[in-house]
Every structure is written in structure tokens, then in C-alpha cells.
Design a binder for this molecule. Structure first.
Ligand SMILES: [Zn+2]
Ligand SMILES: [Zn+2]
Length: 889
């Protein structure tokens, strides 16, 4: 949809779209900007320019337009107090990890809290109407601006003011009136300072007019009136019109304080702490001047580096001031901002990693670490985490609970960064030689080697970070596209009655509604269709084998083998009961393993994915490291403890909004639930999930869980494979047998070793006797030695190093036509030793070299004596054959 086209249309009829009651009451005048032509509303008759182009832009720095000063947390108290006083419900923030949408990793706006996807449609579900929410939003597009521009954050608090007019809420007039009074009455900003700019919003198939409100060039909020759907011209009014007013809390604090940057009044005591470490006075005139210049110029250039250069020039910053003040200051703001974002994200269960949204988090921590190193700062990250949380916990008490988890994760990630530095250094050197990499090359470097452009800058491999780097990376990792299921022509068919959610009979009668080749649709079924990682039920329909069951929307399709019944038939259906019982045990076990992993490992454990078949199951969990044997044992013990306690497994249906409010977003372990009524499976308060699978009635029914294998399958994800019920007992039995076998094997091996040792001792005593026989001209097999005309070869286990040395040496010194070659195992290698008398015609060196090569090693020596060997024991037979033919011919 072309936004400028919509704006043109709406602005052509301002009475209809923009002229609210407040404008008339207060006498606002509508004007077109003399510079850019945009329409705006003001009480100041002399004003000719819109806020972006006005001469008062950012003049609040150093001279705030309010008599009261509110920092970040105080500003929220003011906002909350105002809206609650005006009949709004104040709702707690939603997680920054957007579990209820599968097209977003992170919550990017307050309205996202209340959006649920149903099919291809976005629906709104508000827990109260009207409401206000302090929603922490994460955005990684402008990462390069953070710390530099004075107003960009990687996470910020969006004050969300939402109202549904047709369900008892209000519409435009009251919204704009409230926002105006929030600024003027609550924050004490003069009426003449407030400017409203006409704009539009469009997205997700709907659109509407919006009024952005500015004070001294700073956009404080944007009231969007989502009103229409469809294409402009053919559009219709939405069934559910929504007010989506989003305002930046950080900016509210900033405008009342007039500090050089918004960072100065939003991070609490952490800034002061950081300033002290580098000795900067953040209140200096030069900083005010510099950041005012940055603020004024930022929208006029594409490249931030150009803006920075211009501001340095205009503010008259010397090189020394740049190095001693601006650069460290930017670094400090970056650290404070990024750390705050990481605290929110980790508290809400995200982990820095190489995948999905974790990319952005790892990038942020690497930027923090890189900045600390570059500026040579002595900082205690744990202490900074405490400072942030202590400041924020009044508004966000949940941060306090996860304090230690945040520290654990960040410590681990930082040490990984340090470890990877040697590798990064080598890469950086190559880059320095090759010359500046492109944006795409930089992205590849980060994605495959974890090398951030900050690091490259830190080690002088590049001079500047290209301005598109972060926006491009963020685009790549903002969301993942979901797969499309192949469609059968099912539109006309009725919804299948799902018996597995009712009486769940293992044998039932049903009517054949439709047949597609080998696929059958029934009016009702007890066959559980593949879904949520649970494998389908098998069995028979009308005597034909059921080989697969899939769900397409609300219709269940059975795939048969060997034939199909006819449409209209009433058929007898049998579900394979044992298979179903085993799958069911494995499914409940997945929930139990999830809960016990979370208890043993930490709050960051979420289900990443799961798979439940009848004879095995696996749960992939979000965790930062491989599991130790001890951790695996603890998880298994904890799981079996839950079985022993025989907790009931309860299934209840809730309205989605109610379930979310009652249990939080932890219920979405298996991902988004695209239905209004949510099936909640709870095992006491140990594990509560929205889940459509089959479950046992009480945990004791599972009998036993055994973890068979764990593996770190990707960065940030650990796979736990396990078995339960009868399979677990079989597994235990098998393990016992295997270990019994191992013991027996060991005993046999030891006996063999002992025998060999005895033989070796015996062999040593035999040396003079054997020598005598060979020198006397005996041929053939003599005690495992093949002899032919005094040329000897052996690969017998009975002979060792000592024997070969002594026998070979003595033989060839007594008779120069004799030769000797022995191959033997000397753990972990196979060795070869060759002696040859001068007239034997055997070249010891050649043989040793050749045989060693076969064994993957090397050999050395001369024509008379040589030895060697190699570790490739699989080539033993080949080496023996070769040696034998080389020496004996
Ligand atoms: Zn303008
Ligand atoms: Zn489940």
C-alpha cells in the first residue's frame, strides 16, 4: 500500500480524518509546512514550519520546556497516574520475546502484545479497554545509532495507549484530548509548544490516519487510528477499530530534563558510575552543543558517519576532545543501553546464540565487550547488572527475580568471546591485508565466525562500520517464514469430530465423508493426527492399514494402504492401542523433562522443539552449553521424582486471553496457538503448557523415564533423547546386559593379555634354541616364525619388542645370509622391525618404509637395520601380507 497516496487522500479531507474536538476547542490552526508541505496543527499562528524543519528543533537540550524534571522511572509513574486517573487499566508489560507470534522474535511495539494471528488475519485481544502499558520493545535496525545519536536505543519503553471504541472504549476525539492533557497538565508543557502532524499508518492489510505529536522537534508519540481495511478506494471500515497510540517513555524523560542526550536521564545511576570510571562531566556546554548538532542533522544524511563528522565540525570539537570525551561517552552509552536490552531479553527467556533472535543478542554482548576492550575500561558487568535492575525493579519487578540468571548467561557468553579471540585475530589480519570488506562480507564474517565489525574496528582491520550493516543483519534475523502445508481440496468438507479429545475410544464406527486416492476423511475419528511433535496413531479403517494421519485446518485425513472404503460407507476403525499408550507416555514425559530441565539448569530453558514417537522421544531445549553427566542424572532423577509423586495431569480449556493472564507466556512452549480456546495441560504448578497432545491421567502412569542421549545440536539448543514406560524398562535391561557383557569381555581380554605376557616371557627363553634351529637350516613354520633359507618372518602375538631386537640382531650377526622381519602390536601402534645380513639380498630400510606408509606412519633406518610403524590398525593385515611378500618373495 502506498502510504503517500493515502496521506494525500486523507489530508485532502482534514475535517473527516484529522480535525478532532480538541483542535476546535483550543483553536488549533492547520498549516502546511513552508519547506516540505506536510500538514500540521498548532496554536502558534506564527509557526510556518513543521517540527522536522522548525528552528526550535531540539532547543530543549539545555533548556527544557517544563518546570518539572522526571527521570525514566518517574516519567512512567506520571504517565501511569494520568491514564489510570482517566479510567485506563494499567497492564504489566508483555515479554520482549514474542512467543505468541511466529513471525516475530521480539516484541517491537506495544500493540503487538494484543495481536494474535488467526490464519492469515490479525485479530486484537485486549485484556482491558481502554488500557495503558509500559511495553519494552526491542529493535535492532538502528544499532549503529545507539550511543551516538543521543536518542536511539536498542530497547525502549513504548507507552501503549489502546482503546477499542466499539467495545466501550473511546475514539479520536478523546484520544487526542488525553494525549494533549498528558503533555500539558501532567508534564507541564506549554500548550503552544505542542504540534500535531498529519500522517497515516498502514500495515497487515489495514490502515488509518494518525497524528504525531511533537514538542520542540522531538516526536513524543503517535496516535494511530486503525480504521480501514482493503485497498485504498475500495476500502471498508474494520469490524474492530483500534486506537494504537505509542509514545517513547525515554523521550518524555528527556524533554523534561533537557540533558544533552536521552541516555543521560534514562539509565538511572549507571551513567554516573560509568562517567566516574572515565572522568567525564556529562553536563558540559560542549556536549550540549555537540548533541544538539547531531540531533538537528541526523535526518538529513543517510550515513551516520557523515552526520558525526559534521557535528564535530559545527560544534568546534578538537581531536583531543573527540578522543577524550565524545568517543568514550558514546561507548558508555552503548554499554548501558545494550546491557539493559540483554537484561530484559534474558529475563524473558532468550539466549545469545548463533540462531534466530539470539544473533542480535550475541551481537550486543560482543559490542559491549569490544567497547570495553577498545576503551580499556575496568568494569564489573555483574555490578552494572545490579545497578540497572535496582533502578528498574519498581516498574519491572520480574527483572529482580532473574538477576542471577542474567549474570550467569552473560559471564558464560563473555568468556566464549574471549576464547574465540585467537581465531578472530587471525581472520582480522587477513582482512587487513585484503582491504575493506563489503557489508555482505561483514555479515558472513559475523554469521560464520562470530566476528563483529566492532572487533575489526578495535584491531584496526577496518576504519569505519558501514552504516547499513546493522539494518541488514536485523532484517535477516528479525523473523522466520513458516512453511506452507500442501493443500487438499477440503473447503466443502465439514470439520472432523475429534474423539481423542472426548471419550477417546480405541475402536469406533465412523462414516466415510470423502476419499482422495489413498486418503480418507471420516465424520469422526479417534486417530490422533500428527501435530505438535506428536506422531500420528496407526491402526486400521475398514480392515485397511492406516499408515499416516494428518490434520489440515480442522479436517483430519487418514492415509491407507492396501485399499480404501467407499464414500458413504460406515466403517469400523481400530486404533493401535499399545502404540498410542506409548506415544502418550512419551508426550507427558516431554512436559516432565522440560520442567525438570528448567528446575535443574535455569529459567532460560524453553522447549525449542519436540518429537514423540512410540519407542523414543526427544525434547530440544534452549540451553547455552552441553550437559554434563551430572546434570543429565539430576534431570532424570527430578523427572522420575515427578513420576513417583503421582501428580494428576489436568486438562482445562480457557479463553486465550484468560490463559495468558493466568499462567503467562510460559504456556507457549510448543509455539503459537492459533485458536481462541486454549487447551491447558498442567502438572500441578510444575509444568503448565498450551498443548493439543494426548496425555496420561497421572504421572505415575509413565512408570519410568530414562534419558538415553543428550547432544548440543546447535548453538543454544541441546537435544535430550529419552524413553519412557515399557521402552524405558527395556532400555534399562539392555543397558544391564551390555554392561554385564562388557565386564565379561574385559575379563576375557585380561586373560588373553596375561597369556600373551606369559608367552612373551617364554619366547625370550626360547631365543637360543630358535637361533640354533634357523642357523642349522631348518625351514617352514617354527614356533610362529616362517623360515625359508634363513630368511625369517613373523607376525605372531607371542613375540615382543625385546624378542625381535635380540633374535634379529643375533641371527644376522651370526650369519650374513640371514634376514629377519617382525610385525607386532605395541599399543596404540603397530610396529615393524627388520634386520638383514649383508648377503641376504634383503633391504631392511625399504621394507620398514613401505610397511610404515601402509600403516599411516613413517619408518627409518638403513639397509641392515630399520624400524617403523603406524597407528592405522585397520591396515594390519595388509601390512603383514606386504611385509611377508617383500621379505620372503
Ligand atoms: Zn516540513
Ligand atoms: Zn505437549
Amino acid at each position: 500500500m502506498d502510504k503517500s497516496q493515502i496521506l494525500k487522500e486523507f489530508s485532502a479531507d482534514p475535517e473527516k480524518y484529522y480535525n478532532v474536538k480538541l483542535f476546535q476547542e483550543q483553536g488549533f490552526i492547520r498549516k502546511a509546512c513552508a519547506k516540505c508541505g506536510r500538514f500540521f496543527w498548532t496554536l502558534n499562528a506564527d509557526r510556518d514550519l513543521c517540527p522536522d524543519d522548525g528552528t526550535d528543533t531540539y532547543s530543549f537540550i539545555g533548556e527544557p520546556p517544563t518546570t518539572k524534571r522526571f527521570d525514566y522511572t518517574q516519567a512512567w509513574k506520571q504517565v501511569e497516574e494520568f491514564f489510570v486517573k482517566n479510567n485506563h487499566t494499567s497492564v504489566s508489560r508483555y515479554p520482549v520475546v514474542c512467543r505468541w507470534r511466529d513471525d516475530l522474535y521480539f516484541t517491537i511495539a506495544s500493540v503487538v502484545d494484543f495481536q494474535r494471528i488467526m490464519g492469515s488475519k490479525v485479530v486484537f485481544e485486549f485484556p482491558a479497554n481502554p488500557l495503558v502499558v509500559p511495553q519494552t520493545c526491542l529493535r535492532f535496525k538502528d544499532l549503529e545509532n545507539v550511543g551516538v545519536t543521543g536518542r536511539h536505543f536498542s530497547s525502549f519503553c513504548m507507552i501503549g495507549q489502546h482503546s477499542v471504541p466499539d467495545l466501550g472504549g473511546y475514539w479520536k476525539d478523546e484520544c487526542v484530548d488525553l494525549d494533549f492533557r498528558l503533555l500539558t497538565d501532567q508534564f507541564g508543557i506549554k500548550k503552544e509548544e505542542v504540534v500535531f502532524v498529519e500522517d497515516v499508518w498502514a500495515g497487515g492489510g489495514s490502515f488509518g490516519p494518525s497524528l504525531e505529536y511533537f514538542v520542540r522537534g522531538l516526536e513524543l508519540g503517535n496516535a494511530v487510528f486503525t480504521e480501514f481495511q482493503g485497498e485504498l478506494g475500495q476500502h471498508s471500515t474494520l469490524d474492530q477499530r483500534v486506537i494504537d497510540m505509542g509514545a517513547g517513555l525515554e523521550r518524555f524523560a528527556w524533554i523534561t530534563n533537557g540533558t544533552p542526550t536521552a541516555y543521560d536521564c534514562c539509565f538511572g545511576p549507571i551513567n554516573e558510575k560509568l562517567f566516574n570510571t572515565i572522568g567525564i562531566d556529562s553536563d558540559s556546554e560542549i556536549l550540549k552543543k555537540y548533541f544538539t548538532e547531531i540531533a538537528k542533522e541526523i535526518d538529513h544524511y543517510d550515513d551516520l558517519n557523515d552526520v558525526r563528522r559534521l557535528a564535530i565540525k559545527n560544534a568546534g570539537i578538537t581531536d583531543e576532545q573527540l578522543n577524550k570525551m565524545i568517543t568514550p561517552l558514546e561507548g558508555i552509552y552503548l554499554i548501558a543501553d545494550h546491557l539493559r536490552t540483554l537484561i530484559f531479553a534474558i529475563t524473558d527467556g532468550a539466549l545469545p546464540s548463533n540462531v534466530g533472535g539470539g544473533y542480535n543478542l550475541r551481537m550486543m554482548l560482543r559490542r559491549i565487550n569490544g567497547t570495553i576492550n577498545r576503551l580499556n575500561l575496568k568494569l564489573d558487568i555483574d555490578d552494572l547488572i545490579d545497578t540497572h535492575i535496582d533502578y528498574l525493579k519498581d516498574t519491572y519487578p520480574e527483572l529482580d527475580e532473574k538477576r542471577e540468571d542474567v549474570k550467569t548467561i552473560l559471564k558464560l557468553e563473555s568468556s566464549r568471546y574471549e576464547e574465540s579471540k585467537i581465531h578472530m585475530k587471525k581472520k582480522a589480519e587477513k582482512i587487513r591485508e585484503k582491504g575493506a570488506p563489503s557489508v555482505d562480507e561483514l555479515i558472513t564474517l559475523y554469521e560464520s565466525d562470530g566476528i563483529t565489525p566492532e572487533y575489526l574496528k578495535e584491531v584496526d582491520a577496518i576504519t569505519e562500520i558501514p552504516s547499513q550493516f546493522y539494518s541488514k543483519l536485523s532484517d535477516l534475523h528479525q523473523s522466520e517464514k513458516k512453511k506452507v502445508i500442501t493443500e487438499l481440496p477440503l473447503e466443502e468438507l465439514p470439520e472432523t469430530e475429534t474423539l481423542f479429545y472426548k471419550d477417546d475410544p480405541m475402536e469406533f464406527e465412523a462414516k466415510v465423508i470423502k476419499v482422495f486416492d489413498d486418503q480418507v476423511v471420516l465424520d469422526r475419528t479417534s486417530f490422533y493426527a500428527r501435530g505438535g511433535g506428536q506422531e500420528p496413531d496407526l491402526g486400521s479403517i475398514a480392515g485397511f492399514k492406516v499408515v499416516n494421519v494428518d490434520k489440515h485446518a480442522n479436517i483430519i485425513v487418514h492415509k491407507l494402504e492396501g485399499g480404501v472404503p467407499s464414500e458413504g460407507d460406515t466403517v469400523t476403525c481400530k486404533v493401535d492401542e499399545t502404540r498410542r499408550a506409548n506415544i502418550t507416555k512419551n508426550h507427558t514425559s516431554t512436559h516432565i523433562i522440560n520442567a525438570s530441565s528448567r528446575k535443574v539448569l535455569g529459567s532460560w530453558i524453553w522447549q525449542h522443539s519436540a518429537f514423540k514417537d512410540d519407542d523414543h522421544a526427544r525434547l530440544d531445549i534452549t540451553h547455552h552449553s552441553s550437559l554434563s553427566d551430572n546434570e543429565v542424572k539430576q534431570i532424570e532423577d527430578e523427572a522420575n521424582d515427578m513420576i513417583k509423586k503421582n501428580y494428576p495431569v489436568n486438562i482445562d480449556y480457557y479463553d486465550r486471553g484468560t490463559a495468558e493472564q493466568k499462567y503467562g507466556f510460559r504456556i507457549y512452549q510448543g509455539g503459537v496457538v492459533p485458536v481462541k480456546s486454549v487447551r491447558i495441560v498442567s502438572i500441578e504448578d510444575k509444568d503448565i503448557e498450551a498443548c493439543g497432545g494426548t496425555h496420561v491421567k497421572k504421572t505415575e502412569d509413565i512408570e519410568l523415564i530414562k534419558i538415553t542421549k543428550t547432544k548440543r545440536i546447535q548453538d543454544g539448543v541441546v537435544r535430550v533423547e529419552f524413553v519412557s514406560g515399557p521402552t524405558a524398562f527395556q532400555y534399562v535391561k539392555q543397558q544391564e546386559e551390555e554392561s554385564k557383557q562388557k565386564v565379561q569381555d574385559n575379563i576375557a581380554k585380561q586373560a588373553l593379555e596375561k597369556l600373551r605376557e606369559e608367552n612373551k616371557d617364554k619366547a625370550r627363553e626360547q631365543i637360543p634354541i630358535l637361533l640354533e634351529k634357523v642357523l642349522a637350516g631348518e625351514s617352514g613354520e617354527i614356533d610362529g616364525i616362517t623360515v625359508s633359507n634363513k630368511i625369517c618372518f613373523t607376525s605372531s602375538d607371542s613375540y615382543d619388542d625385546y624378542f625381535h631386537q635380540n633374535f634379529g640382531k643375533k641371527l644376522t650377526s651370526k650369519d650374513d645370509t640371514a634376514a629377519y622381519c617382525g610385525i607386532f602390536e605395541a599399543n596404540p601402534t603397530i610396529r615393524v622391525m627388520v634386520f638383514s645380513g649383508e648377503k641376504s639380498g634383503v633391504n631392511a630400510g625399504e621394507i620398514a618404509k613401505e610397511i610404515s606408509t601402509i600403516l599411516g606412519g613413517s619408518g627409518g633406518g638403513d639397509a641392515k637395520f630399520a624400524q617403523g610403524g603406524g597407528k592405522d590398525t585397520s591396515k594390519k593385515e595388509q601390512a603383514i601380507a606386504k611385509a611377508k611378500s617383500m621379505i620372503l618373495g
